[in-house]
Ligand binder design. Structure first.
Ligand code: BES
Ligand code: ZN
Length: 615
């Protein structure tokens, strides 16, 4: 799809050199043609069938007709379309195009003159990739559960719509669910009446932020605008862990301007959720693997909250601009963490992020090391590496280092305020950066080569190196262990989670006996902290320390978070007997994973594609 961005200006007196952005930004991942007919509002009406794993109902699009003769083109994937009608209920012809392996099928609806509302009646497939229908055994309780995951291009598997981040819609929803199962959505709840709940989102959002979950859910109030949602059994732990939500919202408001979404709630999902978190407006979706019991992993909440500014308010126009969402968000996340938990905590997390980036850069091809990554012909999910996150955040830290916090904060605030509820490209960012920051301080601007930062692979030489004094102690300990000090004799008193993660990341191929010694001293195999556990299990696979096998098995068959699964399966594959072991584990675990994690692991393990008939 195409849309018209602000004119691309290339400016004298600054370090911005031409980006090769065309005059029209193209979203290669959508069939929609919003520059001709644009959907502006949706009314969704769905019944959830937990027996057959199907959602049935309709969506009504209100459209803006920029080209009076053009059809409405929607994205779909694996949807069965029953019929299409106009605002008077008269049926309209439609065509469903051929299946594109990445984009799915275009639903094209020619529009008679004067028509601006179109209703599509449809049902989803049980295999709809956005939706995961969980059996009671996969939850913390005794009821089934459903959640959706739209980003990047999966919303089209449960709603026929213009599935591009450059198209924003307001929306309402009416959701019917079985008794005892409560639907929640990424919007404000309007009513709840027996089995029917209604929702409204009155601010325009991109399609990937429309989300639904339904299960045995309760809520716990944190403040007037913040609450935690979870299954009853998870709530005691979840509500204690997330008790600082209000402080986080207040911190981000103080730094970057008003929170514009009304409520900020967090839904803690069952462990198969494929991501750490997802910034669904009004209602962040989060993995239960952040519930460590000591708030040590709550930076994930700071991250998803920060998206309420970077991502949800100001959105990447296409998936190649994804770094505008994630790089800004990681930078804001660290600022929130610093504000609420102090500089030491934020510094450690920043260092760990850069460490992860440097490690991943070793593995990635040059094209994938670029912030403004070319994803044409690829699944946008492939762009989800630490590059948009950590290299993007590093660019903002570089600007902070050059221009000072005060000026960068003013710039960021203006970026959010002046582009609220818009979807923007990298070119627009560069133009705004030049107008508001660079051209006012040409001597400083000369010191950052933005073209290299945005368009070149690798980490530019001027990337700041974050420091953490608390890691110096860890590095000394690592040195002592490498030089033969027994694990039990290492000084780890008072260490926090981030220090343990630094230790685990710094151990170089520990042997089986070293692993046994470390485990005896520090009980990593029994850790209740999933970040520590995942980092530890990775080492145990590589070092063939089989005493952790049972824990690995339990972890892989309950947790569906892709960030943990991918390296663990990868490590198994590197072992001599690993392929068979990985496949036998995967065979048992796969049915419990969300389609997003399945897709990644299927490709990695060479899992046979399901026949089309089964989809
Ligand atoms: N928006 C992302 C998750 C996402 C990105 C889903 C792309 C689908 C496609 C979310 O904000 C995120 O970045 N989650 C991270 C956690 C974060 C602390 C880095 C995750 O899930 O690991
Ligand atoms: Zn994010």
């Amino acid at each position: 799809m195409r849309f018209v961005p602000l004119p691309l200006l290339l400016l004298a007196g600054c370090a911005v050199s031409p980006t090769h952005e065309p005059a029209m930004a193209i979203d290669h991942h959508s069939h929609a043609e919003p520059h001709r007919v644009r959907s502006t509002h949706l009314d969704l009406d769905l019944q959830l069938d937990f027996t057959d794993h199907i959602a049935r109902g309709s969506v009504t699009h209100t459209v803006q007709r920029l080209d009076a003769t053009a059809p409405l083109v929607l994205d779909t994937r694996d949807l069965t379309i029953a019929d299409v009608t106009d605002q008077n209920g008269a049926s309209l012809p439609f065509t469903l195009g051929d299946e594109d392996p990445i984009r799915g099928r275009a639903l094209t609806i020619p529009l008679p003159p004067g028509l601006d509302r179109v209703t599509v009646r449809y049902r989803t497939a049980p295999t709809a990739e956005a939706m995961q229908w969980l059996a009671p055994e996969q939850t913390a309780g005794t009821s089934p559960f459903l959640f959706t995951q739209g980003q990047a291009i999966l919303t089209r598997t449960w709603i026929p719509l213009q599935d591009s981040p450059g198209v924003r819609v307001t929306w309402t929803a009416r959701i019917q669910a079985p008794t005892g199962l409560l639907p929640v959505m990424s919007a404000m709840r309007r009513t709840e009446d027996g089995r029917v709940s209604t929702f409204v989102m009155d601010r325009p959002v991109p399609s990937y932020l429309i989300a639904l979950a339904c299960g045995e859910l309760v809520s716990h109030r944190i403040s007037d605008r913040c609450a935690v949602w979870a299954e009853p059994a998870t709530m005691p732990l979840a509500s204690r862990e997330l008790a600082d939500m209000e402080q986080m919202v207040a911190a981000c408001e103080q730094l970057f301007g008003p929170y514009r979404w009304g409520r900020y709630d967090v839904l803690v999902l069952p462990p198969s959720f494929p991501f750490g978190g997802m910034e669904n407006p009004c209602l962040t979706f989060a993995t239960p693997t952040i519930l460590a019991g000591d708030k040590s992993l709550v930076s994930l909440i700071a991250h998803e909250l920060a998206h309420s500014w970077s991502g949800n308010l100001v959105t990447n126009a296409t998936w190649r601009d994804f770094w505008l969402n994630e790089g800004f968000t990681v930078y804001l996340e660290h600022r929130i963490m610093e504000h609420v938990y102090g500089v030491d905590r934020a510094a450690m997390e920043t260092v760990l992020g850069m460490q992860e980036l440097r490690a991943e850069l070793q593995e990635l091809g040059a094209a994938d090391q670029v912030l403004h990554v070319d994803l044409d012909g690829r699944n946008p999910d492939d762009g989800m590496t630490s590059v948009p996150y950590q290299k993007g955040a590093a660019l903002l830290r570089r600007l902070e280092q050059l221009f000072g916090r005060e000026r960068l904060d003013g710039f960021l605030r203006a970026w959010f305020d002046e582009h609220a509820f818009q979807s923007l490209t990298t070119a627009t960012f560069l133009q705004f950066l030049d107008e508001r920051l660079l051209r006012h301080a040409p001597d400083l601007a000369k010191q950052v080569d933005l073209h290299t930062w945005i368009e070149a692979p690798g980490l530019p030489t001027d990337a700041p190196t974050p420091q953490s004094a608390l890691f110096d102690a860890v590095d000394a300990t690592l040195g002592a262990f490498a030089n033969g000090t027994a694990a039990a004799a290492l000084d780890t008193r008072g260490w926090v989670t981030q220090q343990w993660l630094r230790l685990l990341a710094g151990l170089v191929a520990p042997s089986r006996s070293q692993l046994a010694e470390l485990d005896a001293a520090f009980h990593f195999t029994d850790s209740g902290n999933c970040e520590i556990l995942a980092a530890w299990l990775l080492l145990t696979i590589a070092g063939d320390y089989r005493a952790a096998d049972a824990r690995l098995d339990a972890f892989l068959t309950t947790v569906g978070r892709r960030k943990f699964l991918k390296p663990l399966y990868q490590a198994l594959l590197k072992r001599p007997d690993g392929k068979a072991r990985a496949l036998s584990l995967y065979e048992r675990a796969r049915p419990r994973y969300h389609a997003v994690s399945q897709r990644t692991l299927d490709a990695m393990l060479g899992w046979p594609a399901e026949p089309a008939a089964a989809r």
